[in-house]
Design a protein around this ligand. Structure first.
Ligand code: 5AD
Ligand code: SF4
Length: 455
């Protein structure tokens, strides 16, 4: 087995991505960075010379999954060693940032640990690891990592499809008391306009039709426009709308405090901006919102949504919720249920509160019993799911533009996305991936829609 079929100059990297869309983006950038050193991506673990776990620390379960995966990889590394073949194991992302050296202690098979702010140093760290060093890189780098990373590669972008993520902002200064993000992703940083526009143009040239701008607090993005004026996300969206090849723009995740007038107006003025807004509220109780340090009330949130819906009545709202935050009473939870009834969510993500060591929430009194959390989550999810289905049912009969993204399950079928992010199945004779076609919604299943082409 030691005579490898893979020549030394083409090594294979397997990246497993956990957590949010920003991690998906980061995994792609890391793969691009490694390609300069001859690495090609593989989705077959057994073929890999290098395995990277790009990790998430947002909830306890997410972090535990990483350690159990590392246990399995350790066995694989041992088996390989018997055959005289190497396996390099790296942990990147938010667990790497939060745990640092601790990972080397708990998982002896790991060769390198690299936080989200330093993955542009990955190729160099890898060379050191090959020299026998166990590398930990978790400093907040002084240099701009985006300047040190290669732009999205044309061929790889094309292979990744017609939709793409683009990080425009990273980190968070909000310090919600439940959340690790300010500690793992650091302080809020906005990428400069020119860098973002250049990357978006590259994506468009490679055939991407839809770009989702990413940031932990994406609507806090700000920067200097070409005229020197201070720009917000609304202005950036105007600029990106001018890129011809791009047909659709989205952004996520937003904080209610940062929805400014320009951004709200963009939902009225920009046809390319999809009528979809992910605007987490976490709780409908003012007492809990205060304890979470969200810095707005439930009524302010509802009023904000009304203002956005006033300029874009077609807007679908999506949200995040946490049940069982410390001190949450039955009454607080009922307030969350009422808020959900008032807002009507097209989609939502909801979680049991998970203690994150080092965050203020972990030190609070009144932790809620696990079975109470489970009960509340079940009720909330039933309500949210019924709204999601009602939203889908309302779509039946509507005519929409559909961006065709990938082959469907049946031959001749393609799957696209509605403006409201729902997967839509269609028999699309004569159309191909990347086309945007006019369709009529004919039916709604639990998680996707069905449509027929018109015109
Ligand atoms: N426990 C449970 N859910 C959490 N989230 C963030 N931190 C926690 C935590 N400690 C949820 C929030 C956030 C989403 C990304 O994850 O709802 O919006
Ligand atoms: Fe997970 Fe948050 Fe890190 Fe994304 S930024 S990977 S959600 S901890």
């Amino acid at each position: 087995m030691s005579e490898q079929v893979t020549p030394v100059n083409t090594r294979k990297v397997f990246v497993k991505t956990y957590g949010c869309q920003m991690n998906v983006y980061d995994s792609e950038r890391m793969t691009d960075a490694l390609s300069k050193d001859g690495y090609v991506a593989t989705d077959v673990l057994e073929d890999a010379d290098l395995v990277l776990l790009n990790t998430c620390h947002i909830r306890e379960k997410a972090a535990e999954k990483v350690y159990s995966e590392l246990g399995r990889l350790r066995e694989m590394k041992k088996d390989r060693a018997r055959d005289g073949r190497e396996l390099t194991i790296g942990v990147t992302g938010c667990v790497a940032q939060a745990e640092g050296k601790e990972i080397l202690r708990r998982a002896p098979a790991v060769d390198l640990v690299i936080g989200p702010q330093t993955y542009h140093r990955l190729p160099e760290a890898l060379r050191r690891a090959k020299g026998g060093e166990r590398v930990v890189e978790t400093d907040y780098a002084l240099e701009d990592k985006f300047e040190h990373l290669p732009a999205p590669d044309r061929a790889r972008t094309r292979a990744r499809g017609v939709t793409a993520f683009l990080t425009v902002q990273e980190g968070c200064d909000k310090f919600c008391t439940f959340c690790v993000v300010p500690y793992t992703r650091g302080a809020e940083v906005s990428r400069p306009v020119a860098q973002i526009v250049a990357e978006a143009e590259k994506l468009a040239e490679a055939g991407v039709r839809e770009v989702t701008l990413l940031g932990q607090n994406v609507n806090a993005w700000h920067g200097a426009g070409p005229d020197g004026a201070e720009w917000g996300l609304g202005d950036l969206l105007h600029r990106l709308s001018e890129i011809e090849g791009l047909a659709r723009l989205r952004y996520t995740t937003s904080h209610p405090r940062d929805m400014d007038e320009r951004l709200i107006a963009a939902h009225r003025d920009l046809p390319k901006l999809m009528p979809y807004l992910h605007l987490p509220v976490q709780s409908g109780s003012d007492r809990i919102l205060k304890a979470m340090n969200r810095r707005h009330t439930a009524a302010e949130y509802v009023a904000l949504i009304e203002r956005i819906r006033a300029v874009q009545p077609d807007l679908a709202i999506s949200g995040d919720f946490i049940v069982g935050f410390p001190g949450e009473t039955d009454e607080d939870f009922e307030a969350t249920m009422r808020l959900v009834e008032t807002v009507f969510y097209a989609q939502a993500f909801s979680f049991k509160y998970s203690i994150r060591p080092g965050t203020p929430g972990a030190e609070m009194d009144g932790h809620v019993a696990e079975e109470v959390k489970a009960e509340r989550l079940e009720r909330l999810q039933a309500l949210l799911f019924s709204q999601q289905r009602a939203f889908a049912a309302r779509c039946i009969g509507r005519e929409i533009d559909l961006l065709l993204e990938k082959p469907g399950r049946m031959p001749g079928q393609l799957v696209g996305r509605s403006p409201w992010l729902q997967p839509v199945n269609i028999d699309a004779k004569g159309s191909e991936i990347g086309d945007i076609i006019r369709v009529r919604i004919t039916d709604a299943g639990p998680n996707s829609l069905f449509a027929e082409a018109i015109g």
